[in-house]
Design a protein around this ligand. Structure first.
Ligand SMILES: [Zn+2]
Length: 136
């Protein structure tokens, strides 16, 4: 179900709790809400749609990748960039890493460890920061 975008910075600055299988409905809500904002949005964290669990979605081509309880375990080659956020106004500076390793659960709560680089890595870093209550 498409959810309203949360712009309450007090809520957004809270660290999200670990997601459990009881939070499965949030996965579909993230997919539906990202699809509704796809023109101007490449990723989303659960707290941006009012759910306080640790879960993110990133657009990949026409589809989307859902990462449950994502944790960045390695990051290399920092760079400076500017980012926008659906929950905030305007663009802001951010330090990101060209290549990251992420431990996460997939939609079926199966564990994975995967390397990401380039733009997808940037999106994941932005959304994982949301899970930690960190805004750009
Ligand atoms: Zn954001």
């Amino acid at each position: 179900m498409i959810q309203p975008i949360n712009r309450d910075t007090l809520f957004l600055q809270r660290k999200a709790r670990l997601a459990t299988p009881a939070d499965r409905a949030v996965i579909q809500n993230l997919k539906d809400t990202l699809a509704a904002h796809r023109a101007g949005c490449v990723g989303m964290a659960a707290n941006m749609i009012g759910a306080d669990c640790r879960m993110i979605i990133a657009a990949v081509g026409p589809g989307a990748l859902v990462l449950v309880n994502p944790r960045i375990t390695a990051k290399v080659r920092p760079y400076q960039t500017q980012e926008g956020c659906l929950s905030l106004t305007g663009e802001r500076p951010a330090t990101r890493f060209e290549s990251i390793t992420v431990a996460y659960l997939d939609e079926q709560f199966r564990p994975h460890t995967q390397d990401f680089s380039g733009f997808l890595a940037q999106v994941i870093q932005h959304e994982v920061a949301h899970c930690d209550g960190v805004l750009i």
